[in-house]
Design a protein around this ligand. Sequence first.
Ligand SMILES: O=C(CO)[C@@H](O)[C@H](O)COP(=O)(O)O
Ligand SMILES: [Co+2]
Length: 218
Amino acid sequence: MQISPSILSADFANLESELAAISNADWAHVDVMDAHFVPNLTLGLPIVESLLRVSPIPIDCHLMIEDPDRWAPPYAEAGAKSVTFHIEAAKDPVTLARDIRGQGARASMALKPGTAFAPYEELLTEVDMVLVMTVEPGFGGQSFMADQMPKVEQVRQAVRKHGGDIWVQVDGGVSAGTIEQCAEAGADVFVAGSAVYGAHEAASAVDELRELALRHSH
Ligand SMILES: O=C(CO)[C@@H](O)[C@H](O)COP(=O)(O)O
Ligand SMILES: [Co+2]
């Protein structure tokens, strides 16, 4: 059970201290948006390189960008330990996942709420994590989509059948009120932005989320 706070809800003027505030988390989730794949723009490789220099924990890059085949491997090369691309945007996901792994990072594929998992199940041989989005990608602070839980169950079942160390991540609207159903459905990596950075104490929110997830894990 791993917690990955999204810095999208952090204070962008103070990212070093915002990362220090979640040093008890497993990962720092960095949302890269290009204003094309999603209708929002955040940050890119130069800022991720700076974050990598100061982050006390490994960085989990969630790339909501067009042409990840071209732009994703440099994030792994820079030192991000997990790099997630959207399957809807990837032209050649097998080569892309191999490029990411070749740089020493975990490769991960993300599915938007309207994207079914079944057509991509065969890619489990190539990836280390599947991210099931529980909001439409683009913004923090949106409402959790409980209707994605059957997809989480389906991915967990496929991962169990496949074997190996493949993680199932959920991202969007994850909070103390929604994390239990994610854990019960089979998720084991939980991204939370507003629930962590909107809390009185970010580190306590991380501990609370991990505790709730553990209590409802299989
Ligand atoms: O990828 C995204 C949004 O597209 C996320 O990582 C959000 O940043 C999560 O924020 P909350 O829904 O937890 O506030
Ligand atoms: Co994200």
